[in-house]
Design a binder for this molecule. Structure first.
Ligand code: 5GP
Ligand code: ZN
Length: 117
């Protein structure tokens, strides 16, 4: 979508602190981190939300989770949270599907974090 910020980041027309990229997705640092490590796994395809998923997106979702696992390992995270905010009522602000990867609490996870991402 032409005016979607995450489509622009995925296309490289808006800069981001990118830490991983492949043909289907990009991973970059959240501009306003809510944890010591806070990155977003974003598919290059514009899907608005988990609420808009079709059955044929299941491979894409699995791929996003697999990428999150690999990035978490590369960043040496001891543990982490994976969060999808879904719709305004679920705290979703950017209407382009994204998976939050949060971690880096040094063994003391902030258990309020998922409610406030
Ligand atoms: P949501 O609340 O939609 O699940 O999360 C959107 C996230 O995207 C927020 O944590 C917000 O800080 C982040 N964000 C919004 N705009 C930008 C941007 O232009 N660049 C980056 N790197 N992160 C952004
Ligand atoms: Zn988009």
């Amino acid at each position: 979508m032409s005016d979607c910020i995450f489509c622009k980041i995925a296309a490289g027309s808006v800069p981001s602190d990118t830490i991983f990229e492949d043909e289907k997705a990009i991973v970059f640092k959240d501009i306003r981190p809510k944890a010591p490590v806070h990155v977003l796994v974003v598919p290059k395809e514009h899907v608005e939300s988990i609420a808009d998923l079709e059955e044929n997106h299941s491979t894409l979702i699995a791929h996003m989770i697999y990428i999150a696992k690999r990035v978490a390992k590369d960043l040496n995270l001891a543990g982490y949270k994976l969060v999808f905010n879904v719709g305004r009522g679920g705290g979703q602000i950017v209407d382009h599907l994204h998976l939050h990867l949060l971690g880096g609490w040094n063994g003391k996870p902030d258990n309020d974090a998922p409610l406030h991402v």
